[in-house]
Design a protein around this ligand. Structure first.
Ligand code: COA
Length: 568
């Protein structure tokens, strides 16, 4: 039978009128037992109020900005079974356990109610510090309530790190609560021997904090004559109260994260439940920007970070979101001379992402060769002149190369196939639409000529000319650039010899054509001057074997060397 359970703020130690900084659920939400419902944040602690039982949120009594104390109504939960173990319920049901007596003197201590009662996930008061003869302060685990032998689940600093006061040093997690152990003062970490998995209790030595310049680990005046280097807690119970504008955990330094900084160098500012949530999703909080108060990371921030990473194209994700590719360190070029920064054109950004994606995903091999186009060139010139006289298009080498590629694909059809997205099969395409790279003021574009195998050279010359003009005028439609099975990148009008074109994924091959030059070629009896065009065939080695690619390029060389073969 459904029961209504009123959830109230549990014992949160000395705190009164603690601001609600986040309500993590809404009416109608189904929550698990111990799921964080709201986050409270005082000067010193961030505490999550967990659900005492699994159930459905019926109504919510508080909103962000409200100030609450122990016993304040949070929300009403409709629970499925009996509401027996509802420790924080305002109206104790039949079996409710009484709340454990508040430990009056303990600041920032979310009392762990007895037995199965849920404790607030909380950040305890800063780790206790004992002044050690001036410079170094020994830091111990503070009073963490009823907990003993709590495992460390995260260590956020290492020896030599400079930390700010209240910066989280490590995170503990018991069955019921996640607790951040913050630095009691600013300083330089030393002697940090603990590691993830170690179990700690109140008083366990954490590390020392050597005073960093102007901030010698300050306890309050009356706490001064403490044991020197002993790892015993100083009487700092009152310290939290006098700690005014203590900076919360946040990126450790105000300087921008240097490009060389690893994500672990930056301490994100998030409540324990959000840390836990992020850990479950494998999210590095250092990479999430916080939209909450003072830059605090909220659950939505983590969710939208995950969505962004999943939605990002592999190239962007690889470059920015850690696919194991180290980022290129940022350089301030202005230190070497005058600079001017101009935004990239949209086309360039799109093609950059696409090229990067192809480059990263495809194991490329480039096979080169040279085709003797002496006869072809003689014919091309003649035909081009005739075409021009009759008002037809200029005939360049490109249509010939297109035709040769289309013909070679009849014998080597895998060059117009694509790998299925799951990598399990090869998708054969029985059409021969070929793209060609066009150099435009806005960047590289690849318009596609349809059914190259069915068209004559003049028709191909007309279509490539029109598409190249449209590309340069920025008038290509999306459809003009779709459906290609293979691409050609012709740099022959410019110069250069071989190069390594990038396969235009999901295609599996691309042919680079460079400038034809006269070369002495041995014919078995003498060197003959022949016009040789360099060809560079890049292919996806997951799909195309080296021998297959070599045969394909040899077939191209033959076709270009003797155009009669095109008609066979
Ligand atoms: N060897 C020698 N000369 C060549 C040649 C080659 N391989 N390819 C072209 N030429 C000649 C042409 O015959 C023409 O000569 P002509 O004026 O004497 O008749 C001249 O170079 C210019 O040709 P071009 O305008 O480039 O025509 P095209 O049909 O060969 O190429 C494009 C059309 C759109 C492909 C080309 O203009 C272009 O943009 N190329 C750049 C592609 C690119 O950027 N690729 C890089 C991708 S990473």
């Amino acid at each position: 039978m459904a029961t209504e359970l009123k959830v109230t703020v549990p014992d949160i130690g000395d705190y009164q009128d603690v601001p609600v900084i986040e309500v993590l659920v809404k009416v109608g939400d189904t929550v698990e037992k111990d799921a964080a419902l709201v986050t409270l944040e005082s000067d010193k602690a961030t505490l999550d109020v967990p659900a005492p039982e699994a159930g459905v949120v019926k109504s919510i009594s508080i909103k962000a900005g409200d100030k609450v104390s122990m016993g304040a109504a949070v929300l009403v939960l409709e629970t499925g079974g009996d509401a027996a173990a509802a420790p924080a319920a305002e109206e104790p049901k039949a079996e409710s356990k009484p709340e454990s007596a508040p430990k009056a003197e303990k600041p920032a201590k979310a009392e762990a109610p007895a037995a199965e009662a849920p404790a607030a996930e909380k950040k305890p008061a800063p780790a206790k510090a004992a002044k050690s003869s001036g410079a170094a302060v020994a830091v111990t685990v503070p009073d963490i309530g009823d907990y003993q032998d709590v495992p460390i689940i995260e260590v956020l600093v290492k020896d030599g790190d400079t930390v700010e006061k209240d910066q989280t040093l490590m995170v503990l997690e018991s069955d019921k609560a996640t607790l951040d152990v913050p630095a009691p003062s600013a300083g330089v970490v030393g002697g940090f021997k603990l590691k993830v998995g170690d179990k700690v209790s109140k008083g366990t030595t954490v590390c020392t904090l050597a005073a960093a310049g102007d901030e010698p680990a300050e306890a309050e005046p009356e706490a001064e004559p403490e044991a020197e280097a002993a790892p015993v807690e100083a009487k700092t119970e009152k310290a939290p109260a006098k700690d005014d504008a203590a900076p919360k955990t946040k990126p450790a330094s105000s300087e921008p994260a240097a490009a060389v900084a690893s994500s672990s160098d930056v301490i994100p500012y998030a409540s324990p439940s959000i840390r836990k949530f992020a850990r479950e999703l494998g999210v590095d909080l250092a990479k999430v920007s916080g939209s909450g108060q003072k830059g605090r990371i909220t659950q939505e921030d983590v969710q939208s970070h995950v969505k962004k990473v999943l939605a990002a194209p592999p190239a962007a994700a690889g470059a920015a979101a850690g696919s194991g590719i180290p980022p290129i360190p940022a350089v301030d070029f202005s230190q070497f001379g005058e600079i001017e920064t101009k935004p990239l054109a949209r086309i360039r950004k799109i093609s950059a992402a696409h090229l990067h994606r192809s480059w990263l995903n495809i194991p490329h091999v480039t096979q080169t060769d040279e085709a003797d186009i002496t006869e072809l060139e003689a014919f091309r010139k003649e035909a081009s002149d005739e075409s021009a006289k009759g008002g037809g298009p200029k005939l360049t080498l490109l249509p010939f190369v297109m035709k040769a590629v289309a013909k070679a694909m009849d014998a080597y059809p895998e060059f117009r196939a694509s790998l299925s997205p799951d990598g399990e099969s090869l998708i054969h395409k029985n059409y021969t639409h070929i793209g060609f790279a066009a150099d435009t003021p806005n960047g590289l574009m690849v318009p596609v000529v349809r059914e190259v195998d069915k068209k004559g050279l003049v028709q191909l010359a007309i279509e490539t000319g029109e598409l190249a003009k449209k590309a340069r005028d920025g008038k290509l439609s999306g459809a003009d650039m779709k459906g290609g099975v293979f691409s050609i990148s012709s740099l022959g009008g410019i110069g250069g010899s071989h190069f390594t074109p990038i396969v235009n994924a999901p295609e599996v091959g691309i042919l680079g054509v460079s400038k034809a030059v006269m070369k002495p070629v041995w014919d078995g009896a003498a060197f003959q001057p022949r016009l040789m065009v360099p060809l560079s065939l890049s292919y996806d080695h997951r799909v195309i074997d080296g021998a297959y690619a070599a045969r394909f390029i040899v077939s191209l060389v033959k076709l270009l060397g003797d155009m009669r073969r095109l008609a066979l």
